[in-house]
Design a protein around this ligand. Sequence first.
Ligand SMILES: Cc1ncc(COP(=O)(O)O)c(C=O)c1O
Length: 427
Amino acid sequence: MNPALTKIGAQMSNLTGVRAIMKDIIETLKAGAGQEFINLSAGNPLILPEVEQLWRDCTAELLASSEYGEVVCRYGSSQGYAPLIEAIAHDFNNRYGLNLSDRNILITPGSQSLYFYAANAFGGYTSNGDIKQIVLPLSPDYTGYGGVCLEPEALIAYKPTLDIDVEAHRFKYRPDFSQLSITESTGCVIFSRPCNPTGNVLTQDEVKKIAALAAPHDIPVLIDSAYAPPFPALNFTEMTPVFGGNILHCMSLSKAGLPGERIGIAIGDESMIQALECFQTNLCIHPSRYGQAIAASAINSGALAQIAEAVIRPFYQKKFSVLENTLDAAMPEDLPWFLHRGEGAIFAWLWLQDLPITDWEFYQELKQVGVIVVPGSSFFPGLREQWQHKHQCLRISLTGSDEEIAIAMQRLAQVAAQVYQPAVVNA
Ligand SMILES: Cc1ncc(COP(=O)(O)O)c(C=O)c1O
């Protein structure tokens, strides 16, 4: 069989960005059967015993309740399972002093689907034939945004400015407001905070400035809060979510231990919620209700927010410390290496300035010493301009054991020393 694919069919069945690399990684692991790899590529969270126990307990409670049949044996509303929507409204109103009603909340099957709905409901061609852009104000950002646009030409990302601390070998990206263009031809704006892949947390002022640029044109600003407080609370720096006006606060329970259940949550103005809810009805009727029911219970009892702060955050924060301490000790002092400030998420982002080979070649060199990371160039969806920096970065997942992370960073330092050596000699 060789079914003919439409333009959209061909585009959606393409392996883009990090998915292409994941295929190479799976093949490497298969081919190297017997060879020990330290695999720091995954975005898949680790199973933490306290978190697993929470979901077991909520499941036991659901199984014993009279609500069980209603949850799994019947269709429900497209907007989501009412007790989960109420639990979120109640929790967020108390926690952040908001005034949310059930009309401000939509539950989706994972947050990836939410970005798909929004990218195509607000971005792409209008009925007049004009194109509305999906703006990523700070590149690099989540590679998954690259696959969600049915009109890929609508996606446009902006280069950041770099705050560099040469002595400390650290840096931080900042949005470049002198370049960022949000106009009537913008359909929506999306960014992750904390950011996958970099761990960057945009400041409150930066977020408000972006939202203010979009507000006069009624442009939705989606703040992808997959790693933000109150759950999973994977912020290692102080941050408060920003709500209201044109902001669509988008959450995911995947990093709070439920990636298999696919739960995304959007909070915002009723007009945005309604448009996305209709999209969802057409696509899948509604997300699965089992995960929503156990999530309602974990949010209502306060256990989810508590475990996020007491277990999930310190677990990954410690891994980041292991990684940065090892790099500080092992990297040659005279190399221009810069680690992005670890402000959150479950990754570290390393920039090797003036790297004599590409990020892809460096990734291959690391495989030779049994270490797998992700080459950074996959994390610049929508950034079309040439920029050497795109080929000088690596994303390192914090999902190994402390020992694995330390060994992997020592090996990385050795590979870096070798790779830069000829360049230093030739200089
Ligand atoms: C920044 C970011 N947004 C969205 C997603 C998608 O998450 P979900 O499992 O909710 O679809 C991920 C997954 O890794 C992510 O890192």
